[in-house]
Design a binder for this molecule. Structure first.
Ligand SMILES: Cc1cc2nc3c(=O)[nH]c(=O)nc-3n(C[C@H](O)[C@H](O)[C@H](O)COP(=O)(O)O)c2cc1C
Length: 231
């Protein structure tokens, strides 16, 4: 390599080191899982598992996650519950998303700051985060600063839509880990609770594998898995 070419290469390399965004910055998904300043690394990390579930599929997944990592399980409920009718809830959620309305939560979490890691389970609604999950992220945004957030999702087969990107919008300084996405019910077609029998065993296997993968880059998850399996 000529001296001029070599100098140009060094210049471009240095420029990129300081100016090029990493893929983690682009997606908001944390890659380097350094413990957050609040994280307890004395073998006593605390996990919170928050979830929203209407037809109980996410609830079943949340319980599977809890079986593996321990911690507190909290179902999010609204002050004014959604209508039972599917078309009515779809219209209401559409409108709430359009207006940017965050429905007030009935569920209140005391001292959320005590948790090192927060698992957030949700179904895809309107190809987004359901409004109650947005309410949760917004209500606790100060306390969630610097925390590790682990999303897990199920949906009717249309994917997670914009939901992952929305986590980073509501939770700018969180470390957002790689989510798992599972196939749930299809309420539109009358398929409600499906997480039982073979489907549940399959989901359990996938969740175990997902947590194992996450633990390779997260000392906190590694610690929780080890502690729970020793119990
Ligand atoms: C208001 C509403 C909107 C939904 N929107 C979507 C969607 O955009 N994409 C999708 O794949 N599934 C959608 N679903 C289906 C749910 O994600 C699916 O039924 C999921 O398994 C429900 O989880 P749960 O049993 O924990 O409530 C929607 C369901 C509801 C009630």
């Amino acid at each position: 390599m000529s001296i001029t070419l070599r100098m140009m290469w060094i210049f471009l390399y240095t420029l990129c080191l300081t100016a090029c965004p990493t893929s983690a910055e682009n997606t908001g998904i944390a890659q380097n899982m350094e413990p957050s300043p609040n994280t307890t690394m004395d073998g006593d990390s605390k996990a919170l598992i928050v979830y929203l579930s209407r037809t109980k599929n996410t609830e079943a997944l949340a319980k599977m996650v809890q079986e593996k990592v321990g911690g507190e399980l909290v179902a999010l409920e609204l002050q004014r519950p959604y209508p039972k009718n599917y078309q009515a809830i779809v219209s209401q959620v559409d409108q709430e998303n359009e207006d940017g309305y965050l429905p007030p939560l009935k569920t209140q979490i005391t001292d959320i700051g005590q948790y090192d890691i927060i698992f957030v389970g949700y179904p895809t609604w309107d190809m987004q985060l359901p409004p109650p999950i947005k309410s949760f992220l917004n209500q606790y945004k100060v306390d969630l600063n610097g925390k590790i957030i682990v999303p897990f999702n199920n949906n009717a087969g249309y994917g997670m839509g914009q939901s992952l990107a929305q986590f980073s919008q509501y939770c700018k300084d969180c470390q957002i880990m790689q989510s798992i996405e599972l196939r749930g019910g299809i309420e539109r077609d009358g398929v409600l609770f499906v997480m039982e029998g073979e489907r549940a065993s399959q989901a359990k296997t996938e969740i175990t594998q997902w947590l194992q993968n996450l633990s390779t880059s997260s000392p906190v998850i590694q610690q929780l898995l080890q502690k729970q399996s020793a119990n």
